[in-house]
Design a binder for this molecule. Structure first.
Ligand SMILES: *[C@@H]1O[C@H](CO)[C@@H](O)[C@H](O)[C@H]1NC(C)=O
Ligand SMILES: *[C@@H]1O[C@H](CO)[C@@H](O)[C@H](O)[C@H]1NC(C)=O
Ligand SMILES: *[C@@H]1O[C@H](CO)[C@@H](O)[C@H](O)[C@H]1NC(C)=O
Ligand SMILES: *[C@@H]1O[C@H](CO)[C@@H](O)[C@H](O)[C@H]1NC(C)=O
Length: 355
């Protein structure tokens, strides 16, 4: 059985021998045909950058049971398994895109991941403990420079203009205390303003194809269902108002940029709706629990103790993580990420990878 399966596979693979351009060039031929993937943002997309910075345990996920489902060891991903960028890479037939700060990393031809757990669009959000968006932008410039040195101007530009740039940012700006005497409109304006200048920056370097995530209903994360002692950030109601404003302004700005920037293309993940649906109607999507975290303590598992290293050693871990929408007090499970990634890919993200 096993050998006949191998046989069929070999036949299918070498049928492309009839079309030598698909078969004989090996890796370099494949590389030319694949769009690279550059990833920016926060813990929804961070695959391990925060393992290498001096931060607090709140913004790290490098202890068990993080990673328990897929990798079987903690990787720095704030979930039990893979995140959206891992699934996108898989669907796009790319290798898993590594964290920029991973020691020894030299090859950026498939892209690289700059995202950092806790990061916001504003430098003030969790300042000193995260790689903020501004720093992620300068890291990208270093990569871009290195690509130009390695591949030459023309080939580097081709790679950068065919590449897809995805970002998840903003949530941490609204979990942080707002600047004093700033209206919601003004504050959200800064967040979207800084996101817009990131877009223009990448566009200047040749980037044309972008993937954005709307913000999730942040007031529904287990942590927001619990009164957190010493919390100085906005209340649940305030967060909801900010998130809605953010999502409206993001849509508006993207429509405008599409008219202003020639060749600018984007795909948007409707995380808000998809997440809200799963929180409110978990069984419709194959889950048993939409509100409580699999890993944490206190009501709803909303006390952020998953892994037992955040000041409290005791915490609860559920028996079957695939039944849960939330893995810890803030972050979804791999199963949720997989559903979202599939929906996004089929919605129209796939088109951006067609080069
Ligand atoms: C890391 O941060 C802590 C707390 O802010 C500080 O005391 C320590 O000196 C820092 N370590 C390094 C290597 O920067
Ligand atoms: C905020 O506004 C109030 C009322 O307008 C004013 O009294 C206060 O000084 C302002 N605070 C800061 C930090 O600007
Ligand atoms: C970016 O954020 C800062 C606050 O960190 C704000 O002062 C600035 O106006 C924002 N930039 C834009 C273009 O909105
Ligand atoms: C875990 O839950 C999923 C979804 O409800 C179910 O399909 C699976 O059989 C469960 N696994 C175990 C070991 O109970």
């Amino acid at each position: 059985m096993a050998s006949s399966r191998v046989h069929i596979f070999v036949l299918a693979f070498c049928a492309s021998l009839l079309f030598p351009s698909n078969c004989s060039h090996g890796d370099s031929g494949l590389q030319e045909k694949r769009a690279a993937l550059f990833i920016f943002g926060d813990s929804l997309f961070d695959v391990g950058n925060n393992n290498y910075i001096n931060t607090t345990i709140s913004f790290k996920a490098n202890n068990w049971p993080y990673g328990e489902t897929f990798f079987k060891y903690p990787t720095g991903r704030a979930s039990d398994g893979r995140l959206i960028p891992d699934f996108i890479a898989e669907y796009a037939k790319l290798p898993i895109i590594p964290a920029y700060l991973q020691p020894g990393l030299k090859d950026y031809t498939y892209g690289v991941n700059f995202a950092s757990g806790g990061a916001g669009a504003l430098v003030e959000s969790h300042q000193g403990f995260v790689i903020d968006l501004k720093t992620q932008r300068s890291q990208f410039k270093k990569v871009e420079k290195q690509l130009r040195q390695k591949l030459g101007e023309a080939e580097a530009y081709t790679l950068l203009s065919k590449a897809v740039y995805v970002i998840s940012i903003g949530g941490n700006d609204y979990f942080s205390p707002l600047a004093t005497n700033t209206s919601h409109e003004e504050y959200v304006g800064w967040v979207i303003g800084n996101l817009t200048s990131w877009i223009k920056d990448v566009y200047k370097k040749g980037g044309r194809k972008f993937g954005f995530s709307s913000l999730a209903p942040l007031a529904s994360v287990p942590s927001m269902r619990v009164i957190q002692p010493g919390n100085t950030g906005p209340s649940g109601e305030e967060v909801t108002a900010l998130v809605k404003l953010h999502n409206r302004l993001l849509s508006k700005v993207l429509t405008k940029l599409k008219q202003e920037l020639q060749g600018f293309k984007y795909s948007k993940l409707n995380l808000y709706t998809y997440a809200k649906e799963r929180v409110n109607h978990p069984s419709k999507y194959g889950f048993k629990e939409g509100k409580m975290a699999c890993c944490g303590s206190g009501p709803y598992g909303g006390i952020y103790t998953c892994g037992g290293k955040r000041g409290v050693t005791g915490y609860k871990l559920c028996g079957n993580v695939t039944e849960y929408v939330f893995f810890d007090s803030f972050h979804p499970t791999e199963r949720v990420y997989q559903q979202m990634s599939k929906l996004w890919w089929r919605h129209n993200l796939e088109e951006l990878f067609e080069v």
